[in-house]
Design a protein around this ligand. Structure first.
Ligand SMILES: NC(=O)c1ccc[n+]([C@@H]2O[C@H](COP(=O)([O-])OP(=O)(O)OC[C@H]3O[C@@H](n4cnc5c(N)ncnc54)[C@H](OP(=O)(O)O)[C@@H]3O)[C@@H](O)[C@H]2O)c1
Length: 271
């Protein structure tokens, strides 16, 4: 579903919705087996009051609209998968498993309220799964694109202290996790969807430079990021200067096998 127009594109059928309220989209998804909700304004923006409100509302309203559908339809889906983020744990340097407390800061609060809304209703016929997704690394778009650009122009040095932890995941593994959750009926509740070997920003940038054959790079001191991120990149500096150390404990315990455990192999595949 999209806020754009209903259309066929690249063999996909897009259905218009406002991501808030009941509409014609109900008929389009009537009888579906699985709901996967990834809706939400991108967190890559400045966290002023207006943007905070849109970041929150775009997520909460979409969850509520889909819940209303599930609670009302005569053919509820057997599975409802909801996106969340490892940012729920806040800026952490100690490993966080799924039982770790909610962290401090805007993104942690955002994830908390997102998940609380999702679990607010008991959906008797529908299995509910939350994926707390890490930094998704893919072949196009996403977080890797700007980092590759910076590295290409010798600007891919350590950011800030470099100690902030990056809990990344290869997009192929994220897709495998989705399939795993779909196929395994015992999967329920919240799962950290990130690789089992997170790294610090210092190590991340070093690995990226190595696979891109760049020996020299200028670091980005914290004060420069604080000035430059909102002005030049129109994004919040905390995205670059803070990080979350999270581990996919529940997935590993349940037997999920990651293809890309180490950042080096993931980057060699993607770059
Ligand atoms: N990418 C990551 O590294 C990452 C990491 C952790 C968690 N996540 C979460 O996973 C989900 C998907 O991530 P993504 O990177 O694929 O997201 P994305 O492409 O930025 O956004 C997902 C979709 O949300 C819709 N959307 C955007 N702004 C909206 C608004 N104001 N109101 C209602 N809908 C809006 C857009 O659909 P239309 O424009 O077609 O309506 C967009 O395609 C997000 O909820 C994100 O927070 C992503």
């Amino acid at each position: 579903m999209t806020r754009g127009v209903t259309r066929e594109e690249n063999h996909l059928h897009y259905v218009h919705w406002d991501a808030k309220e009941r509409g014609d989209w109900w008929q389009a998804i009537e009888g579906c087996e699985i709901l996967l909700n990834l809706t939400g304004k991108s967190i890559h923006c400045v966290y002023n009051e207006t943007n905070r409100e849109v970041l929150l509302r775009s997520r909460i309203d979409a969850v509520k609209a889909l819940q209303e559908y599930v609670l009302t339809t005569t053919h509820p889906p057997r599975l409802f998968i909801q996106a969340s983020a490892v940012g729920r744990y806040g800026n952490t340097y100690e490993p966080c498993t799924e039982g770790a407390p909610v962290g401090k800061g805007f993104l942690a609060e955002l994830c908390k309220r997102w998940e609380e809304t999702f679990f607010h209703h008991d959906l008797p016929a529908t299995r509910q799964v939350v994926l707390r997704i890490g930094l998704v690394l893919g072949k196009s778009g996403g977080a890797l694109e700007p980092l590759k650009k910076l590295t290409k122009y010798h600007l891919g040095g350590t950011v800030g202290s470099g100690k902030q932890v990056m809990s990344w995941i290869h997009s192929d593994d994220l897709q495998q996790i989705l399939l795993y959750v779909i196929e395994n009926d015992q999967c329920t509740g919240a799962y950290n969807a990130c690789a089992p070997m997170p790294v610090t920003n210092k190590v991340f940038m070093k690995r990226l430079r190595t696979v891109m054959h760049k020996t020299f790079a200028l670091p980005a001191p914290a004060f420069l990021v604080k000035i430059g991120a909102p002005l030049v990149l129109r994004t919040d500096s905390s995205i670059a200067l803070e990080g979350t150390y999270s581990l996919p404990t529940r997935l590993l315990k349940s037997g999920f096998a990651f293809t890309y455990k180490e950042l080096k192999t993931a980057l060699e595949d993607l770059v």
